[in-house]
Ligand binder design. Structure first.
Ligand SMILES: *[C@@H]1O[C@H](CO)[C@@H](O)[C@H](O)[C@H]1NC(C)=O
Ligand SMILES: *[C@@H]1O[C@H](CO)[C@@H](O)[C@H](O)[C@H]1NC(C)=O
Length: 325
C-alpha cells in the first residue's frame, strides 16, 4: 500500500514535469528536434566515441533526443555491416528503423549528422524516404562524389582487408556491387562507363544516369541546410574533395568544383537550388579524416542543431521516392 502511494506520487511528479516542460516549450515557441547519427566504416553504434558525441549534442542543445543508426543488434554485427551488405537494402532498413521509432516518427522533423560514408547514406535516406523528414543535414568527410581508391586497412583487420581485396579484384561485378559496401560508392572518372552501368548506389543516388529521379531532387532540395565538411589533410578518403562534391581527375589531379559540374549546372539533385538560397554550405575542418575536435562539434551543434521556431521545422511537404530509376 505504502509502495503504491509512493509509485503514484512519482508518476504524478513525472506527469506534471512533462506538462510543465511542454508549456515551457510552448511559451517560447521553440522545439528541439531529435538528432539522427549515421556512423562511418569500421565503426559501430556501441563505440564510446559515438556516445560522447551523443551526450555532447544533448549538452549543447538540452532536450535533444539522439538516435544512433544501427544495422545489427550487436556492435560487431553493426561494424560488419559497414563493410558488407547491399546499401540499397541497408537504406531500406534505416527507413523502417526511423519510421518505427515513436519519437522520431512523431517529431515535425529531425536533424541528421553523417560521419564519413554515413553522410552519403543519410543523403540516400533523404532522397529515397525522408520520413521523418530531415531539416538540417551535416556531413563530415563523406564521399558524396565517391572514392577512386580504397583506404588501406590496418594489419589484422580481416573485415577491412577482405572488403579491400574484393574491391580491388572485381569492383564492377554484381557480387561486389551487391555485397561490398565501399564498392557501391566507388567512382573513378576514368571508369565512368562501368560506373554508370554497374554502380549499385552512388550513380543512382547522384542522379547521374540518363533517366533522372525527380523525387530525389525534390526531397534533397526540401532541406533547410545541407552542410558538407571536408578535412584539409584527409589522406584516407581519396580524393578528399569528394566531401564537398568536387570531382578529381585521378590521372592529373585536376579538381573540378561542384559548381562547374553538370550535376550542379543542370541541377540533377537540387544542389544548385539549395545553393541559390544559401542553404548549401561548403566547410572545411583542419586535420586528418574524422579528426574531430570537441570545439568543432560544439560549434556545429550550435549552428545547425539548435531549437527551431514551431511551424518552421520543415520547409517542404514530405515526399517519398522509390530507388532504381
Ligand atoms: C541490392 O538490393 C536490391 C533490393 O533488394 C536489389 O534489387 C539489387 O539487385 C541488389 N543489388 C545487387 C547488385 O545485388
Ligand atoms: C584527366 O587528365 C588527363 C591528363 O590531363 C586527360 O587526358 C584525361 O582525359 C582526364 N580524364 C577525364 C576523365 O577527364
Amino acid at each position: 500500500m505504502q509502495l503504491l502511494t509512493v509509485w503514484a506520487g512519482l508518476i504524478a511528479v513525472a506527469v506534471s514535469a512533462f506538462i510543465h516542460r511542454s508549456s515551457v516549450l510552448e511559451d517560447d515557441d521553440t522545439t528541439q528536434l531529435p538528432l539522427v547519427i549515421w556512423h562511418g566504416l569500421g565503426d559501430d553504434f556501441e563505440r564510446d566515441g559515438l556516445k560522447q558525441v551523443a551526450s555532447l549534442a544533448e549538452s549543447i542543445n538540452p532536450g535533444t533526443y539522439v538516435h544512433i543508426i544501427r544495422l545489427a543488434d550487436t556492435g560487431s554485427g553493426d561494424r560488419r555491416a559497414t563493410f558488407f551488405g547491399n546499401v540499397t537494402e541497408q537504406i531500406e532498413t534505416v527507413c523502417e528503423q526511423l519510421a518505427a521509432n515513436p519519437i522520431l516518427s512523431t517529431a515535425p522533423a529531425v536533424n541528421a549528422l553523417g560521419f564519413s560514408q554515413g553522410g552519403q547514406f543519410l543523403r540516400g535516406y533523404i532522397e529515397r524516404c525522408n520520413s521523418p523528414p530531415v531539416r538540417n543535414l551535416v556531413t563530415f568527410g563523406s564521399q558524396h562524389n565517391g572514392i577512386s581508391d580504397f583506404q588501406s586497412c590496418s594489419l589484422g583487420d580481416w573485415l577491412c582487408n577482405g572488403a579491400e581485396a574484393l574491391l580491388r579484384s572485381g569492383r564492377w561485378t554484381d557480387f561486389a556491387q551487391g555485397r561490398v559496401v565501399p564498392a557501391q560508392y566507388f567512382r573513378d572518372p576514368s571508369e565512368l562507363d562501368a560506373y554508370l552501368e554497374k554502380s549499385n548506389f552512388l550513380a543512382d543516388i547522384n542522379n547521374e544516369r540518363e533517366l533522372k529521379n525527380v523525387q530525389y531532387k525534390k526531397n534533397l532540395q526540401s532541406l533547410n541546410v545541407f552542410a558538407m565538411y571536408m578535412f584539409d589533410d584527409d589522406t584516407v578518403v581519396v580524393p578528399k574533395e569528394s566531401a564537398v562534391f568536387a570531382e578529381v581527375n585521378s590521372t592529373d589531379g585536376t579538381v573540378t568544383p561542384l559548381q562547374e559540374r553538370p550535376i550542379y549546372k543542370e541541377d540533377w539533385l537540387g544542389l544548385k537550388a539549395l545553393d541559390d538560397q544559401g542553404k548549401l554550405h561548403f566547410k572545411s575542418a583542419p586535420g586528418q579524416h574524422m579528426e574531430l575536435s570537441e570545439e568543432l562539434l560544439r560549434k556545429t551543434f550550435k549552428e545547425y542543431f539548435g531549437p527551431v521556431e514551431d511551424g518552421k521545422a520543415i520547409s517542404s511537404p514530405r515526399l517519398v521516392a522509390q530507388p532504381g530509376y
